[in-house]
Design a protein around this ligand. Structure first.
Ligand SMILES: *Cc1c(COP(=O)(O)O)cnc(C)c1O
Length: 462
């Protein structure tokens, strides 16, 4: 009945200068029309005509909702260092600066500054990778999954790939080694049993119909592959030959061994009390001809797939058409180089966030949790465990201290923390909310405490 008391779009537009400045004319107009539509429905349903002020505030929240980024920073208080769902490795300060520098303007991405001619993007991280690992060459691609696909496509298409049954893994997100093999045109040849594979299993598979009969020089029809069991463990009665034995056998049969390391650490993690995780250098030294690993797992860099190994094989890989499809962009090449430089300068533990997190002592974690408790005036500091996560070091934990909050409903506190800006992701155990300082970056602490105060202020606590 009082619909005609609603202002027109034009009348509202005259009062929307702040919104126009922030969001531009077309989007503001769209939001105003939507607001008026809502207002008409409201009035038809017996409501009062909203004031202009109310109408403009509806418009503002609509605009804020439409333009809010879906990808936003969160505070990780779960204690899982390489949390795949939370974006894996946070980058070092210089890696971030390098990305910014590479993307703010032009760069010599594929331009040779000496000759003034076209260059190759592949050179950018290559020298550092060679120097750090002793590899003959290096290729950087989108991620380790694409590295595996590319390597198999370039080196194993139409061949048999011999792999132990215990290594036919699914990495997560549906990335299954047998499926990738099919995609690449390679034929899977499983050997051994779930728990035991012997060198003789490899040898039998190799000696059966190995060389093509017509060739003058023998051409191998099979290659060997090792996939690291990066997200599970086999316990009990198990057996597997060493990587060196498998590599030697491959070479004896004039073929190659490719090694999907996944997490690919450059640092020996046993110095932090963790179980041994094969390093990239060890794999190359054991004789693997091609090694693949992720940039954003234990390397602590940007998402990337790194391929190392024999120069002749890598040159085939570089020339394969898929290499272009899975190539790395300039920002990640910049961040990767900056990350690798930390290793070269022996400052990884000081500069790379994931190593800072792994290296934190339980005492310093306890002190941080105690400070949180004092600040909030509630909770308990209790011993707990952090994990490395992200498809590395399965079952391995690091001793930590967490702030444990007894709340009426842990799930509703968790939800409220998720809805905070920035969202805080915590963990629940026995209906207690646990916050692990290990994965909370020092510069996020005050924000975390503000989030907790706001959240707990509106719920029951003890
Ligand atoms: C994690 C992992 C991959 C996939 O790496 P992304 O970089 O996530 O693509 C492949 N293989 C192994 C063994 C892994 O652990």
């Amino acid at each position: 009945m009082s619909l005609r008391n609603l202002p027109s779009v034009d009348a509202l537009l005259l009062q929307s200068s702040a919104l126009l400045a922030s969001y531009g004319r077309p989007l503001t107009l769209q939001a105003l029309r939507k607001t008026l539509e809502m207002a008409r429905t409201h009035v038809r349903n017996g409501g009062e005509v909203p004031s202009t002020e109310v109408l403009l505030s509806w418009t503002a929240s609509q605009l804020a909702q439409w333009t809010k980024p879906t990808l936003e920073p969160v505070i990780n208080a779960t204690g899982v260092i390489l949390h795949t769902n939370l974006g894996r490795a946070p980058l070092s300060k210089s890696a971030i600066a390098a990305m910014l520098a590479a993307s703010s303007g032009y760069s010599n991405l594929e331009f040779d500054l000496t000759t003034g001619k076209r260059g190759s993007r592949l050179i950018h991280a290559e020298a550092l990778l060679k120097q750090l690992t002793g590899s003959e060459a290096a290729v950087v691609v989108n991620n380790c999954a694409s590295a595996v696909l590319l390597v198999l496509s370039a080196l194993a298409k139409g061949k048999r790939v011999i792999i132990a049954r215990s290594q036919l893994v699914e990495i997560g997100g549906g990335f299954r080694i047998p499926d990738v093999m099919k995609q690449s045109g390679a034929k899977l040849l499983e050997i051994g049993t779930t728990n035991k594979t012997r060198l003789s299993d490899y040898e039998e598979a190799l000696s059966a119909n190995h060389f093509s009969a017509t060739a003058f020089s023998p051409v191998s029809k099979s290659i060997l592959m090792r996939a690291h069991r990066s997200n599970f463990r086999i316990l009990g009665f198990t057996e597997e030959p060493s990587l060196r034995e498998v590599a030697d056998l491959a070479h004896q049969y004039q073929t190659i061994l490719i090694d999907d390391l996944g997490s690919g650490t450059l640092i020996d993690v046993t110095r932090y009390g963790l179980a041994h995780e094969p390093t990239v250098q060890e794999s190359l030294a054991a004789g693997a001809d091609v090694v693949m690993f992720s940039g954003d797992k234990l390397l602590g860099g940007p998402q990337a797939g790194i391929i190392l190994g024999r120069a002749d094989l890598l040159s085939k890989i570089k020339k394969h058409p898929l290499a272009r499809a899975v190539r790395a962009d300039k920002t990640r090449l910049a961040a990767l180089s900056a990350t690798l430089l930390h290793y070269l300068k022996d400052e990884a533990e000081r500069e790379i966030p994931i190593w800072q997190m792994i290296a934190q002592s339980p005492e310093s974690l306890r002190a941080r949790a105690e400070a949180w408790k004092t600040h909030l005036g509630c909770g308990e500091v209790v011993p707990s465990e952090s994990t490395v996560g992200g498809g590395s070091l399965p079952g391995e934990t690091l001793k930590t201290f967490v702030l444990s909050l007894a709340v009426q409903s842990a799930s509703s506190v968790l939800e409220r923390l998720r809805k905070y800006t920035p969202p805080v992701i915590a963990r629940v155990e026995n209906n207690r909310v646990l916050l692990d300082p290990r994965t909370v970056l020092p510069e996020q602490e005050s924000t975390l405490l503000a989030a907790l105060s706001a959240t707990l202020g509106s719920t029951q606590r003890s």
